[in-house]
Design a protein around this ligand. Structure first.
Ligand SMILES: Nc1nc2c(c(=O)[nH]1)N[C@H]1C(S)=C(S)[C@@H](COP(=O)(O)OP(=O)(O)OC[C@H]3O[C@@H](n4cnc5c(=O)[nH]c(N)nc54)[C@H](O)[C@@H]3O)O[C@H]1N2
Ligand SMILES: Nc1nc2c(c(=O)[nH]1)N[C@H]1C(S)=C(S)[C@@H](COP(=O)(O)OP(=O)(O)OC[C@H]3O[C@@H](n4cnc5c(=O)[nH]c(N)nc54)[C@H](O)[C@@H]3O)O[C@H]1N2
Ligand code: SF4
Ligand SMILES: [Mo]
Length: 710
């Protein structure tokens, strides 16, 4: 932390990003200017340090490219030519267009598109839901991330926080499964190092030898999309060698006999064949995991990014109950602890305002929805994008761009910058950044409730999302109380402060101290499921999910509020292995023989900061990691530019030859701005808009491509 003059004002805040660490901020303000954003040294997760992405967060607020005023398009679609207009004109334009669309096609011809550009209670994932439900628009299903894992987690153990990441310090065996923690959950790595110092073994299961894998005691290379088979194979060994905690299983689980029968179908030889992991390693992993307690599993989001991802997360989540790992402090598993926070999603989203029969369109299928490839009656005539950047982050990006080019589509984008998506807007609306707004931050990596208070005034005419929707509500003539409440009144209303987990925590106290731990036990003593106490219908860890027993389905919170509107695909009550769709050896593989995974960039947060020169220098240009044996026959050398392509699209990247990937596998990062790349495209031009088998999550790791030197 640098030193500042005595007239520095410190304001408490919290990181707005879709990142499990949700760091606590100290905003430093001098002469009403934000001069520094520091991590709070007292916060147990942040411990005074922010990540590389947020290093220049104060300057980010003053980036000269920021969108400061409403703008309208003055050139052809996608040309990026805009002219400043007033908020009154912007709102009036929206009203005229929407009134006309509603009169001709009905309100369902309007579709919102939003995700987690901001992670606050009133400006984040649920912002705008109440407004669009009141409007009667198409309901957008937001399943970019965790919806498959969350569904799987809830089916198996219920909406419980599970293992506290801080408790990892007390584990003796830690499996980091499908997560590049050093990039994506870096503040929790400290607890792993604490455990290691006490003799714990760290195992990373990842197809790529990542920074995290390099720090581990053991890196297990797995074929993408085969984690379900590995987890079932581990169960096979654990059951066959009688390493089961029978007492725990009997008292606190449901469906052991069924799970045993399923696991019997996955002997190590078969699992080795599917996963590419040697039989000896499967045996060793199973034995070590079952016999070294406390054993912890840090479930990464990447497990879900394949067709069988949902069942894979269910299978992984069954493991700690089979071995009794939950009995110990530091044992068990963690998907995300978000479920411990008593948030009133009913109030925030107002699902009661959705008219029966309103259609639901999944956001990952945006391209098909806009181009008409997905038959929709009425067709989408207006798209309202906020908190998201689908041209970069959604699959099948080429079809999204084709859709956005439609002359008859009225597109509004609320943004911080003119992103690759915003470029196609008819109207742009300016949004505030975190130091300029009030919110209670949602977190999915720790157990602290945090208030972010405004430190500086918004520049230009920027407004927080919550104010944007108040303005839109007034414009459309909605006078419901929801749209007349202040930010603070909404935040006070959005949590159940009488919930025992919030005992002693009040909004006023948060205003003073910034953050407080919720009452769910301290890290050194927390054993949430030592005696069962699962949040499932049976109260047990459900190896055979009662939610699926009668062909039912379950969904994660990201469809919150409208679960009963759509029947889901029936799933097997007991987790199974579902193979990748785009497989080596398939017919498609003759043309596209290489599988491409596209995890998170080190220096960007999804696409955010991808337009900052300092971050671009840290991240470097778009690269693709290729095994030398795949590069050689294609005359690709280290540093050559290559075109990566399949029938969906292409992009270019600089080749990095390395055996950090296996033969047949390549790795590139999502998050580079397509428009700043060599051909105006990035990895999602090649990914497919299909879903994982639970929660409608995306399948970004299931992507066969080919490459050639350019
Ligand atoms: N620096 C940085 N941090 C971030 C983000 C960011 O953009 N940048 N984004 C945030 C967000 S939104 C999220 S969801 C999290 C995600 O963070 P993570 O959970 O870490 O997810 P990914 O980065 O997608 O992938 C992690 C690892 O999974 C591997 N992987 C890919 N497919 C598979 C598979 O089928 N099985 C297994 N076992 N491994 C596989 C990849 O090689 C990669 O190393 O990160 C958050 N934190
Ligand atoms: N190939 C591939 N694709 C992926 C993934 C992958 O691993 N591989 N990961 C997926 C995952 S896990 C996720 S979470 C998604 C993330 O996808 P997005 O949520 O779309 O990612 P961001 O880049 O964070 O984009 C958010 C946009 O919101 C804007 N924004 C930020 N704050 C505000 C605000 O307060 N108001 C408004 N109106 N706008 C704001 C930002 O400027 C940014 O342009 O991407 C998914 N896409
Ligand atoms: S992006 Fe994540 S690690 Fe970085 S400051 Fe924000 S919460 Fe912390
Ligand atoms: Mo995500």
């Amino acid at each position: 932390m640098s030193t500042h003059s005595s007239d520095t004002r410190i304001v408490r805040g919290a990181c707005p990003q879709d990142c499990p660490d949700t760091c606590a901020f100290l905003y430093h303000v001098e002469d009403e200017k934000l001069v520094e954003v520091a991590g709070d040294p007292a916060h147990p997760m942040t411990r005074g340090g922010l990540c590389v992405k947020l290093k220049n967060f104060a300057e980010h607020h003053y980036n000269p490219d920021r969108l400061l005023y409403p703008m309208k398009r003055v050139g052809p679609k996608g040309s990026g030519q805009f002219a400043r207009i007033s908020w009154d004109e912007a709102l009036a334009t929206i009203k005229t267009n929407w009134d006309q669309i509603i009169a001709t096609h009905g309100a369902q011809a309007i579709m919102p598109h939003a995700y987690l550009g901001h992670q606050g209670t009133i400006n984040g994932l649920t912002a705008g839901d109440a407004f669009f439900n009141r409007l009667g628009s198409t309901v957008a299903e937001k399943t970019y991330c965790e919806s498959g894992s969350s569904t799987a987690w809830i089916m198996t153990v219920g909406p419980t926080g599970g293992l506290d990441l801080e408790s990892l310090a007390y584990a003796k065996y830690i499996i980091v499964w499908g997560m590049n923690m050093l990039n994506t959950n870096m503040h929790a790595w400290k607890f792993i190092l604490d455990a290691k110092a006490q003799g714990a073994k760290i195992v990373v299961i990842d197809p790529v030898r990542t920074r995290t894998a390099k720090q581990a005691d053991w890196h297990i290379r797995i074929r993408p999309g085969t984690d379900g088979a590995l987890a079932l194979g581990m169960m096979n060994v654990i059951i066959a060698e009688d390493l089961v905690d029978h007492d725990y299983v009997e008292k606190y689980t449901l469906g052991y006999e069924q799970l045993k029968a399923r696991a019997a179908e996955f002997p190590p030889e078969r699992v080795a064949e599917i996963t590419g992991i040697p039989v000896e390693d499967i045996l060793k992993l199973s034995r070590e995991y079952a016999t070294t307690q406390p054993a912890a599993i840090r479930e990464g989001v990447a497990i879900e990014r394949s067709p069988g991802g949902g069942d894979a997360v269910r299978a992984v989540t069954c493991l700690p109950a089979l071995t009794g790992a939950w009995r110990h402090v530091g044992g068990g598993a963690v998907e995300m602890p978000i479920w411990e926070f008593p948030t009133d999603f009913g109030f925030l989203c107002r699902p009661d305002w959705i008219k029966p029969g309103t259609r639901v369109v999944n956001e990952l299928e945006l391209g098909a929805a806009l181009t008409g490839e997905m038959p929709l009656d009425p067709p989408i005539q207006s798209l309202f994008v906020y908190n998201s950047n689908p041209v970069s982050q959604a699959p099948a990006a080429g079809s999204i761009v084709r859709g956005l080019m439609r002359e008859d589509l009225f597109t509004v984008v609320s943004e911080l910058f003119i992103t690759d998506t915003a470029k196609y807007a008819d109207l742009l609306l300016p949004a505030t950044m975190q130091a300029e707004q009030l919110d209670l931050m949602v977190t999915w990596g720790h157990l602290y409730l945090q208030l972010n208070q405004p430190a500086i005034a918004p520049p230009g005419e920027c407004v927080p999302n919550v104010e944007l929707f108040r303005r839109l509500a007034r414009t459309m003539g909605f006078d419901d109380e929801q749209f007349r409440m202040s930010d603070e009144a909404m935040l006070r209303r959005a949590y159940d402060w009488s919930d025992p987990r919030l005992a002693g925590i009040t909004y006023d106290k948060l205003k003073e101290v910034g953050w407080m731990r919720i009452n769910v036990g301290l890290p050194h003593e927390r054993k949430p499921h030592a005696e069962g106490n699962f949040k499932t219908p049976s109260g047990k860890c459900e190896f055979a999910a009662s939610a699926a027993a009668n062909g039912n389905f379950v969904v994660g919170v990201w469809r919150s509020g409208y679960e009963d509107m759509q029947p889901g695909t029936p799933v097997d009550p007991v987790p199974n292995y579902v193979a990748p769709h785009e497989q080596q050896g398939s017919e498609a593989a003759q043309h596209y023989p290489l599988n491409l995974v596209s995890p998170k960039p080190h220096a960007f947060l999804n696409t955010q900061y991808g337009n900052e020169a300092t971050q671009q220098r840290r991240q470097g240009e778009q690269i693709i990691v290729i095994h030398p044996m795949d590069a050689q026959p294609r005359r690709i050398e280290h540093g050559s530019y290559v075109r990566v392509f399949n029938e969906r699209g292409s992009f270019e990247a600089r080749a990095e030859l390395s055996d950090d990937v296996s033969e047949g596998l390549m790795m590139t990062n999502v998050g580079h701005w397509p428009g700043l790349n060599r051909t105006g495209t990035a990895v999602n031009s090649t990914t497919a808009a299909r879903h994982c088998n639970l929660g409608q999550a995306g399948v970004f790791s299931d992507n066969l491509v080919n490459i050639e030197r350019v």
